[in-house]
Structures are given as structure tokens and as C-alpha cells.
Design a protein around this ligand. Structure first.
Ligand SMILES: Nc1ncnc2c1ncn2[C@@H]1O[C@H](COP(=O)(O)OP(=O)(O)OP(=O)(O)O)[C@@H](O)[C@H]1O
Ligand SMILES: [Mg+2]
Length: 392
């Protein structure tokens, strides 16, 4: 039977897909459901994805299932209302991943083996949920920490510090060419979505009648967002309640929102450094790589490099292809995972099947796989015994 390998960056804003048949695409991690029976009749379908979302948005109820890290990182609340929202989000996420796999043009009988990136410190519960969702669309699924997939895709085994600034979370990883352990990973539960909302609230608080939607706040950030200094004030034209649109200077609210996240990233890096041997600090500071959409904030690399220089010789730079780096790395991992590991993982009834890759110290290292329902909590994952259970 033909095998199709797929790498997926199942992000809270964007889903990157790269497949062994050459398919590459990024779609929004969002689904639209017709608002009512009239919209359903007119659209002729029950779910809308990708470009069609913007085309038909007013007639849709749109859901971003992973917004602000939901399902992937935030703990799932036990409250009734939250539980209902979660069930809906799970359905939306399942529809997005199914759509993503449908886009990868595959022959009818091809079996699909996928590697999917998850936040560096996703809880066991979140990983289980994501695995269940992904298995609705693929025959065999392996979850790996997203920043590790990015590092792997960049190639080489040079140590580096990967800083993946996404929409919902910012994920840090000490990358060294082998599967990272828990102390090599750190997740900050905020990303670009948080900047957008913080910036928006600051503008609304400063000007009584201004109208600023979340989407426009995001677009302003994507065009002008910065950390550090700017040479010219950032002035944008915005609608005003009961009046004509006018120009607003948004330099300070934008600076403040971006700087709050930048400082959290710096604090996160220092926490990660505290978790790992001081012997590795110098090589990591000298190779700090910014990934994810947030890596494009103007001046962030220089600002971070200047801050990290207090701790040693620092070199911070954005990676070249922040759009596809996660999916590409996941695809590389999928194609390099030994056949025996995939075969073990295919036994879906076997909750404890695992896949293994060679570890740097010649120890077989669990890379991923089914997570058995009664596994211990994340702190205990490091003690996982290959052959008994899987960890990511
Ligand atoms: N030029 C830019 N400047 C600043 N931020 C940007 C820019 N372009 C995109 N972004 C932001 O990057 C974020 C999306 O990045 P990315 O696609 O890496 O996230 P994701 O993988 O979907 O999310 P996550 O990794 O948290 O699950 C959004 O917040 C978006 O507004
Ligand atoms: Mg991401």
C-alpha cells in the first residue's frame, strides 16, 4: 500500500501542511458554520474553510478552535459552559484537520502517516485530545513539540535555542538534534493574539469614540508591530463612532503591547536557561532563532540580542521561512521515523504502542505515539520506558 507522509503545524491561527507528494499549503485554523438554514441552503455546505471564510464571513459562525491556546495548551475547564464550548471546539478542530488532509491530493488507498507539532509544554490531557482529533484524519499520528520540529527542519545538529512566537503560545526549545526532554522545553501561554487584544484595549481606553475591531488591531500589529525604537510615529486612520474616520497615533499602545510580550519571552528564555546545564548557555545564546509569525515584529531580534548580551555573547536572528518551518520539520521527522516505529503505532487498539529513534547517547528514546489513558502526569513523563508508553 502506498504511504503518504504528512507534516502538520496545527497552529492556533494557521495550519501548515507539507506532504511527501510535494504538497505545501497554509490554511487558517478556523471553520465557519452557516448561521442559519438560509445560509446553509445558499452556501450548499455545512462547513466553510480557508479563503471562503472571508468571502462569506457575515453569513457564518466562525470558530478558531485553538484561539488563545485553547485545547492545545490551556487546561480544559470542568465547568458546564466551558465543557460545551470545548465539545464545539473539538468538532471544529476535527473538521479543520480533516479538510487539511483532504487538500493533500492522495490516491484513494494511500495510508497517511502524520507528524504533528504541539506546544512545548502541552499537558498530557491536551496531547491526548489532540491525538484523538488528529486520528480522525490520519491513519497513524505522532505528536512532537513544535519548536523541536522547527529545529529539526532547519537541519544540522548544532545546538540552538528555538523561540516560536505563535498566535496562542510562545514555545521555547533547547534544540540539539535529538528528542528534547521536559527541561529543554518551556511554553509561555501568550502569543500574537494576546498582543492584538492588549493593543486594542489600550487604544480604546485612550480614545472614547474610536472603533477598532480585533481584525484591524491584528493587521496594524502585523504591519507596524515593533519592539525597541521607531524612527517615525505610527499613525493610522480609524473609524469613529458618529463621525468621520480620522488619524490616530498608535505608537505608544503598540509599543507597550509588543514590549509586554517581548519581556515575557526574555523571562521565558532565562527560565529555560535555568533549567539546563550552564555548559550549554553560551552555544544557545550564540544561536537563538526566532520562528513563528511573531518573529516578524520589527526590531525584536535586535532588542532580544541586546538583552541577552548581558548574559554572554548573543546572536539572535529570525529563521527564513516562518510560515512552513514547522510543517517542513514535521515532514522531515515523519520521513525519518523508522518503519518499525510506525508499525507499532498503527495498532490503535494498543494504547501503549510507541515509536523510537536513536538518542544522542545511543539510548533508544521515545519520540511519540499513542498516549495511554492512565499515564502519569507530565512531570513523570521523563521516566517513560520505551516499549511501555509514549511521550512527546
Ligand atoms: N509581520 C508580522 N508581525 C508581527 N506579527 C505577525 C506578523 N505576521 C503574522 N504575525 C502574527 O503571528 C501570529 C501567527 O503566527 P503563527 O502562524 O506562527 O501562529 P500559529 O502557529 O497559528 O499559533 P500557535 O503556534 O500559537 O499555535 C499571529 O498572531 C499573527 O498576527
Ligand atoms: Mg505555531
Amino acid at each position: 500500500m502506498e504511504t503518504l507522509f504528512v507534516g502538520i503545524d496545527f497552529g492556533s491561527m494557521n495550519t501548515g501542511i507539507a506532504a511527501s507528494n510535494g504538497f505545501r499549503r497554509v490554511i487558517p485554523t478556523e471553520v465557519g458554520w452557516p448561521k442559519d438554514a438560509i445560509a446553509q441552503e445558499w452556501l450548499g455546505k455545512s462547513c466553510v474553510f480557508a479563503e471562503e471564510l472571508d468571502e462569506h464571513r457575515p453569513a457564518l459562525r466562525t470558530i478558531r478552535p485553538f484561539a488563545n491556546g485553547a485545547l492545545k495548551y490551556a487546561p480544559v475547564s470542568g465547568e458546564a459552559a466551558a465543557a460545551e464550548a470545548t465539545a464545539e471546539s473539538v468538532m471544529a478542530a476535527t473538521q479543520v484537520i480533516r479538510h487539511a488532509i483532504e487538500l493533500v491530493k492522495r490516491t484513494a488507498h494511500a495510508q497517511v502517516r502524520g507528524v504533528v507539532g504541539v506546544p512545548a509544554q502541552a499537558s498530557l490531557k491536551n496531547k491526548q485530545l489532540l491525538l484523538d482529533i488528529c486520528e480522525q484524519a490520519m491513519d497513524t499520528v505522532v505528536l512532537v513539540p513544535e519548536p523541536f520540529a522547527i529545529g529539526y527542519g532547519l537541519g544540522g545538529h548544532r545546538q540552538s535555542l528555538i523561540v516560536d512566537i505563535g498566535a496562542g503560545t510562545t514555545d521555547l526549545c533547547h534544540y540539539y538534534g535529538a528528542m528534547p526532554g521536559p527541561s529543554d522545553l518551556f511554553t509561555i501561554g501568550r502569543g500574537g493574539d494576546w498582543i492584538d487584544e492588549d493593543f486594542r484595549q489600550r487604544v480604546l481606553a485612550a480614545h472614547d469614540n474610536v472603533l477598532l475591531s480585533p481584525k484591524v488591531a491584528r493587521l496594524i500589529k502585523e504591519k507596524y508591530g515593533f519592539v525597541g525604537d521607531v524612527t517615525e510615529p505610527i499613525v493610522v486612520r480609524l473609524p469613529v463612532r458618529g463621525g468621520e474616520p480620522r488619524a490616530f497615533d498608535v505608537t505608544e499602545p503598540l509599543r507597550e503591547a509588543c514590549t509586554v510580550l517581548a519581556n515575557e519571552v526574555l523571562a521565558g528564555i532565562l527560565t529555560l536557561l535555568d533549567q539546563i546545564s550552564p555548559d550549554y548557555h553560551a552555544p544557545l545564546l550564540e544561536s537563538t532563532l526566532l520562528a513563528g509569525g511573531g518573529s516578524r515584529l520589527h526590531g525584536f531580534d535586535n532588542w532580544l540580542e541586546a538583552r541577552l548580551s548581558d548574559y554572554g555573547k548573543a546572536n539572535v536572528r529570525p529563521i527564513p521561512d516562518s510560515c512552513f518551518s514547522g510543517a517542513n520539520g514535521a515532514l522531515q521527522l515523519a520521513m525519518h521515523l523508522p518503519e518499525a516505529g510506525w508499525i507499532a503505532l498503527q495498532r490503535k487498539d494498543h494504547g501503549d504502542a510507541v515509536a523510537t529513534v536513536e538518542h544522542a547517547d545511543d539510548e533508544p528514546q521515545v519520540i511519540a505515539g499513542r498516549i495511554h489513558p492512565h499515564l502519569a502526569e507530565p512531570g513523570q513523563e521523563k521516566a517513560a520506558t520505551p516499549g511501555k508508553r509514549a511521550a512527546v
